[in-house]
Design a protein. Structure first.
Length: 319
């Protein structure tokens, strides 16, 4: 089993800067700077630390207007077609993000079951039907006991844990087994032995407010490439055992060899601004939710990837 403790210590200066950045329309620092700062959104995790996998449930019981962008070529998802503008379904009641690759999609059944028990979903003659699209990352290489993967019970637990409190970040929920710099997981040492130089990753979220308009994002980072800040400084990714980042030239060499296929970045973007269910101001605008990642991830968009972005907008005007 791989050593999951190999990770750089948090940069306290960045953490302080982040804590001071988001403020409300009144100039008062926001007490919640995660996805759940959007009114009406609830979120929770179910984490299997032993097997390094898990899932994250995002709920909006009253429903939200969805959108979807899938720029990757090998996505693992379910019911995301319902989030496209041509779909007759214009309201979604939850989202499921999970590890476990395609097996993890089963966790969405548990989220649906929880919402149905609460009476949330489309009212049909024989009961309510919650709409819960899902997307997964590949973390099977981190799994301690193959076969112990996110399932309906884990999805139910994540939904039951969902609340409007600030969402826990890091190696939790869907990102428990996430890595970044996966490009370097197939390296070799001087003796030709396998050497995994990828880095521990996780889940992060941030909400900003300007003039009463809030936009929040949540990212599950299971990336092929490295992560850089806005100034181009290395944050995480391929590292040698002493913590030194892998040089860019070696990254190019790695691309010329066998490229790992288990990388996916999942993104959820939400706002408190009501929009039309479709058309130029609705779900057609999902694409821009993906593009900022190109500035933070190097080698983050390739034919081997399954990137997905799911913008969520309130289905009803704010009260």
């Amino acid at each position: 089993m791989k050593d999951l403790s190999h990770a750089p210590s948090p940069d306290s200066s960045r953490m302080v800067a982040r804590a001071q950045l988001p403020t409300s329309a009144t100039g008062i620092p926001m007490s919640n700077t995660t996805l759940t700062a959007i009114d009406g959104l609830l979120a929770g995790h179910a984490t299997d630390d032993r097997n390094h996998t898990g899932c994250t449930a995002i709920l909006c019981p009253q429903g939200f207007t969805p959108g979807i962008a899938v720029p990757g070529f090998a996505p693992g998802c379910r019911e995301t077609e319902l989030m496209r503008p041509e779909s007759q379904v214009d309201t979604v009641h939850g989202l499921l993000l999970a590890g476990g690759s395609a097996f993890g999609l089963a966790a969405a059944d548990g989220v649906m079951r929880f919402l149905r028990e609460q009476g949330h979903g489309f009212a049909m003659p024989h009961g309510v039907i919650p709409i819960v699209p899902g997307a997964v990352i590949y973390d099977l290489d981190m799994n301690a006991r193959p076969g112990v993967l996110p399932d309906a019970d884990m999805g139910y637990a994540a939904a039951r844990a969902a609340s409007a409190a600030p969402l826990a970040e890091g190696a939790v929920g869907a990102a428990c087994g996430a890595r970044c710099g996966r490009l370097f997981c197939l390296c070799q040492d001087a003796a030709g032995k396998p050497l995994d130089l990828s880095d521990k990753s996780g889940l992060g979220s941030l909400c900003l407010e300007r003039e009463g308009i809030r936009v929040a994002a949540l990212v599950v980072l299971n990336a092929l490439g490295n992560v850089y800040d806005a100034r181009g400084n290395f944050l995480a990714g391929g590292r040698f055992p002493d913590g030194t980042p892998v040089p860019h030239a070696q990254a190019l060499d790695a691309l010329a060899g066998q490229v790992p296929a288990g990388n996916t970045v999942l993104t959820v973007v939400a706002t408190n601004v009501p929009v039309q269910p479709c058309g130029p101001h609705g779900r057609h605008r999902s694409g821009p939710a993906y593009h900022p990642r190109a500035h933070a991830l190097r080698r983050g968009y390739r034919v081997h990837a399954g990137q997905q972005a799911a913008p969520a907008r309130r289905a009803r005007p704010l009260e």
